[in-house]
Design a protein around this ligand. Structure first.
Ligand code: NAG
Ligand code: NAG
Ligand code: NAG
Length: 667
C-alpha cells in the first residue's frame, strides 16, 4: 500500500504540473484506513473537472447548550419562554467570526478567489467550486471517482487530506474527503445495526363482542354517565377526557397545529371516519391532516394496505378527538422502501433543520449510511429526489410513537442527534416520545431474543430517545371493575405470544447522564425506593454496560418523564374495531394536552411552552402520581411504580387543570 506522503507528492506533481514543494506546515487531517466494502476506487478525477468543495467549521458553544436550554425552559429563569429563532440558534453554535476569517484568509492566500467563497446560511461551512487540480493542491491529496457497486452511485473522494496546522483545530471536515459512506465506527460492544430498529406499532387485539353492556358494569360505576361506565374495558376519548379532566377543545390558532411523526405506517381515511363516527362525533367525516411528505413519504393508503398497521390511525384518532377543531400536520417520513430500514430519526431532523444535514459532531458529519436512509434511493420504487434538508418548519408540538433501542446506534451518532433535539427545544419545540412497550427490555428480537443486553441477556435495554431534551412518555391502565375515578396503574398486560410481558418501558439511559432538572427526582427514587437490583455506572463511551453483573446504569438519565393511558383503546384499523395497547397511545395524549395548553397561552398573548421537563419536575403536584405496577423484563421483575417519580410511570399522568394553571402562570 502507498503511504500517505507518497500520494501527496504525486498529487501535487501531477495536478499542478509544477514541482510545488509540500508546505511543511500541512498536517494530516483525516485518513481512511480502508475503503468500505461496496465501494470500488476508479479513475482519478479529471484535472479541470469542477469540484464543489465544502469546508466544515467547528461548532462553538455546544458545551453550554444544556445551560442555554435551561435558561428558556426552567420556571425560575428570568428568560423562561424566550425561545430562540432558528437564526439565533445557528449564530450561537456557529464558528466564531475570527475562525471564519482565518480559514478564509488561508483559502484566499492559496489562490481561491474571495468572491467565490460562500459562507453558508447556517454559518457552519465555507463553500466554493474550484477545479480538481486546485482542490488537490489545497488539501495535498488526489481525488478519485468511487463506484458503489450495489447502487451504481458514483462519488468523488480521497484517501486522506492535509490542512495547514494553524487552522486545523477550526476545521471539522472537508468534502469531498474521506467520507464516502464510511460505516459508523461502532463502540466495542457487538451489535447489529440492521436488526429490528423500529419497535412494532401499538399492539392490537380483537375485543370481545361489544353489544352495549354484555358484562356487568363495575360496582362503582353506577353514578357515572353512561359513556364512562365501561372505561375499564373500553377506553374512548370520553374516558380520556374524564381521566385527565380535559375540556372539549374549541380553539384553532394556526400557530398551534399539532405535528405527528409517522414512518413505515400510513393512515387510512376510512378508518379515521369510522372512528370519528363511533367514538368522536365532534370530528367531521373526512377530517385529515396536512401532509408534509419527507423523502418520499406518502399518505393515506387503502384500509387493507400493508402499510396501514394501526400506528398512524390511532395517533390521529387520539389527537383529533382531543384537539379538533385544531389541525394536524403529518410528517410522513421516508419512502416505503427505506421506512423499514432507516435506523433512526435523522432524515426527519434533516427535513426540519437543513443545517443538520451537514452538521458535524463527535466525528460524524451528516447522516450515517448503513444506519440512515440514503437519498436518492436507488431501490425500485424508492424516492428519487435528493435528501430533503430544511424543507419544513417544525410544528410547536411533535408526537412520536416510534422508537429504537438506544443501543442500536453508537454513542456518537446518538449524541449528535440529541444535540439537534436540544436546538429544536431552544426554538420552542416540544417533543413527546413514546417510551416503549417491553418494560425494562427493548422489543423481542432487538439486540437479543428477549430484547435485552449482555451475554446472558439480563441487562436492561433502554429505548431511544433517552436524550434528556425530549419528554419521554410511559403508559398506564385501569384494571377490571375500576372507573375513571380510581387511580391508574402502570401499563402491564399479558397480550400473549411475544407480547406476554407487555409493560410500559422505563429505566435509565446508558448514553446520557442524569440531567440537572431530574437530579432531585431520580436521587429521591434511588435513595428512598432503592430497587435493590445490581447496577453499574456507565462510562462516557458506554463500553462497560453490564459491568460487574449490574443490570442498569445508576447514573443514567431516568425515563419516562410522564405517562398516560395506554390500554384497551378502541379504534378502527383495516375497518375492524379493535383494542389497542401501548405507549403509542400515551404520546399523542400528551401531545394533545401540550397543544391545548399552547392554545390557551396563545389566546392570552403568550408563547409556546417549548421544552417542558424542567417545569414538570419542579411541579410534581400537577400530576396524578401513579404508585402501582411495575415494568418486568430481562428475566427480572424490573422497577416498581412508587410515590413520586419512578422509572415506570415518571411523574405520573396529567391533571390537565393543574398543568394548565401552572403553564398559564408562567411568562
Ligand atoms: C475524533 O477523531 C480523532 C482522530 O481520529 C480522535 O482523536 C478523537 O478522539 C475523535 N473524537 C471523538 C469525539 O470521537
Ligand atoms: C367485577 O365485578 C363483578 C360484579 O361485582 C364481579 O362479578 C367480578 O368478579 C369483578 N371482577 C374482578 C376482576 O374483580
Ligand atoms: C396493582 O397492579 C397489579 C398488577 O401489578 C394489579 O393486579 C392490581 O389490580 C393493581 N391494583 C390496583 C388497586 O389497581
Amino acid at each position: 500500500m502507498k503511504t500517505a506522503l507518497f500520494a501527496v507528492v504525486a498529487a501535487v506533481l501531477v495536478a499542478s504540473g509544477n514541482a510545488i514543494p509540500t508546505p511543511s506546515n500541512h498536517v494530516l487531517h483525516e485518513k481512511r484506513t480502508s475503503l468500505p466494502r461496496p465501494w470500488v476506487r476508479s479513475n482519478r478525477v479529471e484535472r479541470d473537472a469542477i469540484l464543489p468543495v465544502r469546508v466544515g467549521l467547528m461548532q462553538n458553544n455546544l458545551e453550554i447548550g444544556e445551560d442555554l436550554l435551561m435558561e428558556v425552559s426552567h420556571p425560575s429563569s428570568p428568560k423562561y419562554g424566550k425561545h430562540w429563532t432558528q437564526e439565533e440558534v445557528h449564530d450561537m453554535f456557529a464558528p466564531s467570526t475570527s475562525v471564519v476569517q482565518e480559514v478564509r484568509d488561508w483559502l484566499v492566500s492559496s489562490g481561491v478567489a474571495d468572491t467565490v467563497i460562500v459562507h453558508s446560511e447556517n454559518k457552519g461551512w465555507l463553500a466554493f467550486d474550484i477545479p480538481a487540480w486546485k482542490a488537490e493542491e489545497l488539501f495535498h491529496t488526489e481525488y478519485h471517482e468511487h463506484f458503489h457497486s450495489a447502487s451504481g452511485k458514483v462519488t468523488v473522494g480521497s484517501d486522506d487530506y492535509y490542512i495547514p496546522e494553524h487552522i486545523r483545530e477550526h476545521i471539522d471536515y472537508v468534502t469531498p474527503g474521506v467520507k464516502l459512506s464510511a460505516p459508523l465506527t461502532k463502540s466495542k460492544v457487538k451489535r447489529d445495526v440492521h436488526k429490528g430498529h423500529y419497535k412494532p406499532g401499538p399492539f392490537k387485539k380483537q375485543p370481545p363482542k361489544w353489544t352495549g353492556h354484555p358484562w356487568p358494569k363495575p360496582p362503582g360505576a353506577g353514578s357515572l354517565p353512561l359513556n364512562l361506565q365501561g372505561c375499564d374495558r373500553n377506553v374512548t376519548p370520553a374516558c380520556l377526557k374524564a381521566l385527565y379532566k380535559i375540556p372539549d377543545a374549541h380553539r384553532s390558532d394556526p400557530a398551534n397545529v399539532m405535528g405527528l411523526y409517522e414512518s413505515g405506517d400510513t393512515y387510512s381515511q376510512e378508518d379515521l371516519n369510522l372512528f370519528f363516527a363511533k367514538y368522536a362525533p365532534n370530528v367531521p367525516q373526512g377530517t385529515h391532516p396536512k401532509l408534509d411528505s419527507i423523502d418520499g413519504g406518502q399518505a393515506p393508503v387503502a384500509p387493507n394496505s400493508d402499510f396501514n398497521t394501526g400506528e398512524s390511525d390511532i395517533d390521529m384518532d387520539i389527537a383529533y378527538s382531543l384537539i379538533y377543531p385544531q389541525k394536524i400536520t403529518l410528517y410522513q417520513v421516508d419512502d416505503s422502501v427505506e421506512a423499514f430500514t432507516d435506523g433512526g430519526f435523522n432524515t426527519f431532523l434533516d427535513a426540519l433543520d437543513g443545517s443538520y444535514c451537514t452538521y458535524t459532531a463527535y466525528n460524524i458529519t451528516g447522516n450515517s449510511p448503513g444506519v440512515d436512509a440514503v437519498y436518492p434511493d436507488p431501490a425500485p420504487g424508492g424516492y428519487k429526489g435528493p435528501l430533503q434538508c430544511g424543507a419544513f418548519k417544525p410544528t410547536r408540538v411533535i408526537s412520536v410513537s416510534y422508537g429504537v433501542s438506544e443501543f442500536d446506534a453508537p454513542v456518537a451518532y446518538t449524541k449528535r442527534q440529541c444535540n439537534e433535539l436540544l436546538k429544536l427545544g431552544l426554538q420552542g419545540v416540544t417533543f413527546l416520545w413514546a417510551s416503549g412497550d417491553y418494560g425494562v427490555a427493548s422489543f423481542p428480537g432487538d439486540d437479543n431474543d428477549n430484547g435485552c443486553l449482555g451475554t446472558d441477556s439480563k441487562v436492561y435495554n433502554p429505548s431511544f430517545p433517552t436524550c434528556p431534551y425530549v419528554t419521554n412518555v410511559g403508559a398506564t391502565r385501569l384494571y377490571e371493575n375500576q372507573t375513571v375515578l380510581d387511580p391508574e396503574s402502570a401499563l402491564q398486560a399479558n397480550l400473549g405470544g411475544s407480547a406476554s410481558l407487555f409493560a410500559s418501558a422505563g429505566g435509565f439511559a446508558n448514553y446520557f447522564p442524569v440531567p440537572s432538572y431530574q437530579k432531585v427526582a431520580v436521587g429521591n427514587y434511588l435513595k428512598y425506593h432503592n430497587p435493590g437490583l445490581p447496577s453499574y455506572v456507565a462510562n462516557a463511551d458506554a463500553t462497560n454496560i453490564g459491568e460487574g453483573g449490574g443490570v442498569y446504569n445508576r447514573a443514567g438519565r431516568g425515563f419516562p418523564d410522564v405517562s398516560a393511558n395506554g390500554a384497551l383503546f378502541r379504534a378502527f384499523n383495516d375497518l375492524s374495531d379493535l383494542h389497542f395497547y401501548g405507549t403509542s397511545l400515551a404520546a399523542p395524549i400528551w401531545g394533545s394536552i401540550v397543544t391545548l395548553i399552547n392554545e390557551e397561552r396563545t389566546a392570552i398573548g403568550k408563547g409556546p411552552v417549548g421544552f417542558i421537563n424542567p417545569v414538570l419536575y419542579a411541579n410534581p403536584w400537577a400530576f396524578n402520581d401513579i404508585k402501582n405496577g411495575s415494568n418486568p423484563g430481562c428475566g427480572s421483575s424490573g422497577f416498581k411504580a412508587v410515590d413520586g417519580w419512578d422509572p415506570v410511570t415518571g411523574l405520573g399522568t396529567p391533571a390537565y387543570p393543574s398543568l394548565l394553571k401552572l403553564f398559564l402562570s408562567l411568562p
